[in-house]
Ligand binder design. Sequence first.
Ligand SMILES: NC(=O)c1ccc[n+]([C@@H]2O[C@H](COP(=O)([O-])OP(=O)(O)OC[C@H]3O[C@@H](n4cnc5c(N)ncnc54)[C@H](OP(=O)(O)O)[C@@H]3O)[C@@H](O)[C@H]2O)c1
Length: 242
Amino acid sequence: MMQAINMVIGANGGIGRALVSALAKQEPETQLIAIARSFERQPDWPANVTTKELDTADEASIRKLMESMQQQKLRVMRVFFTVGVLHGQRLSPEKKLEDISEPALAEYFRVNAIIPALWLKHLINVINADGACITCVSARVGSIADNQLGGWYGYRASKAALNQLVKTASIEYARRVKNTVLVSYQPGTVNTDLSKPFQGNVKSENLFDPDFAAQQLLSVTKNLHTPPHCHFLDWEGKAIPW
Ligand SMILES: NC(=O)c1ccc[n+]([C@@H]2O[C@H](COP(=O)([O-])OP(=O)(O)OC[C@H]3O[C@@H](n4cnc5c(N)ncnc54)[C@H](OP(=O)(O)O)[C@@H]3O)[C@@H](O)[C@H]2O)c1
């Protein structure tokens, strides 16, 4: 007998943590696997949550997890992928062309596009054939059509790459496990470590609490049925041009 479960990858981030709490409460009968590189403190989550620490960037670890899920006959219905980076010790969004650096670009692409691609590659083996939704938290700045401001070369381009990977994977998922919907999602500006240095110009009503962001994420992605197999949506459920 197959058991259908949910999954949050990046469960120690600001949005990821709030998402695990909200989803576990919203679907108390469904097991939820919360995955992170490490959990800084033991989260106070409901009993239907299982935490799993693994290197989310390591393909061998991803493959091992999927194999163990297959052995346990687990199938995923709702997957939320929240891993992403905007700034760090040696990483700062570029303001002008002269700020572009090869190592920084490589790091943006590694975290924001390559890691999710590895998960999309392996998730196909554990997806619930009767209906599933994989949501990758992207960003509006990844929209090529909507780019008015410029700047943030690495973050923008890596999120655009993520969007293309999600769109391309959705076509193959539709062929191989027909009822899967893939979503690239813009959560709005959310009060987490990722947005902290950039909140100065954001009006307080436009800076969302992670709990609110998690509720919106769950409700926008809840009743998506195929076709279409792929969406780029914002926190209000409005379509963003690719
Ligand atoms: N906050 C916003 O305003 C906003 C707006 C638009 C889009 N987003 C997107 O929302 C997603 C979640 O962001 P957040 O706001 O929750 O930020 P956050 O609190 O900084 O969380 C970032 C997540 O990414 C993981 N991560 C960061 N660097 C990594 C690396 N080098 N290798 C592996 N994992 C790494 C973190 O894992 P650990 O916990 O293990 O470090 C964490 O799960 C990101 O994709 C971000 O681009 C956020």
